[in-house]
Design a protein around this ligand. Structure first.
Ligand code: AMP
Length: 173
């Protein structure tokens, strides 16, 4: 199975969630057993040599493959969540999105000092989300050993927000 086969499983949804945005829907890719397997294998191949202790996934689509990657590689899983969802003490960051603004929180004790953290989300768009998560995890003492995405929207140049981080995307547009 090639990366082009995986790309064929991603659905473009024009004008979602707002006019002018073409939403990259990974649900058809996740629903197909062979595509899900191949996507995870390819992501895990890149992540494994970076030897993370935990996978840090962004709400909500970063939880799906993030948790599967953690299981596959024998890591822990940490969730970056929308404000008010985490029950204990949190640290939070607010940042600009391709559409609007967002905030994410981590539990204040989610990352141990010196822990090796791999950040994962489904899509790298403007890079604000991934950057905010990297900053939060670093603030808690984590070492960001990589940032891995399924999809990168090259034309939005989100990679420049991740300058200095080792980052990888399986599929590019
Ligand atoms: P950004 O912070 O701009 O890199 O946006 C990344 C976050 O927004 C990720 O959690 C993505 O799931 C979501 N996102 C942004 N743009 C898109 C898009 N065109 N298609 C699907 N998800 C997107």
């Amino acid at each position: 199975m090639s990366v082009d086969d995986l790309k064929a499983k991603i659905r473009d949804v024009p004008d979602f969630p707002e006019p002018g945005i073409v939403f990259k829907d990974i649900m058809p890719l996740l629903a197909d057993p062979a595509s899900l397997n191949e996507t995870l294998d390819l992501l895990a191949e890149w992540v494994e040599p970076r030897k993370p202790d935990v996978i840090l996934g962004a709400e909500a689509r970063g939880f799906i493959l993030g948790a599967a990657l953690a299981y596959k590689l024998g890591c822990g899983f940490v969730a970056a969540r929308r404000p008010g969802k985490l029950p204990w003490k949190t640290v939070s960051a607010t940042y600009a999105l391709e559409y609007g603004e967002n905030s994410l929180e981590l539990h204040a004790d989610a990352i141990d000092d010196g822990q090796r953290v791999l950040v994962h989300d489904d899509v790298l768009a403007t890079g604000g989300t991934a950057r905010a998560i990297c900053d939060l995890a670093s603030q808690l003492g984590g070492e960001i050993v990589g940032v891995a995405f399924v999809i990168e929207l090259d034309f939005l140049d989100g990679r420049k927000q991740l300058d200095g981080y080792d980052s990888y995307s399986l599929i590019h547009y």
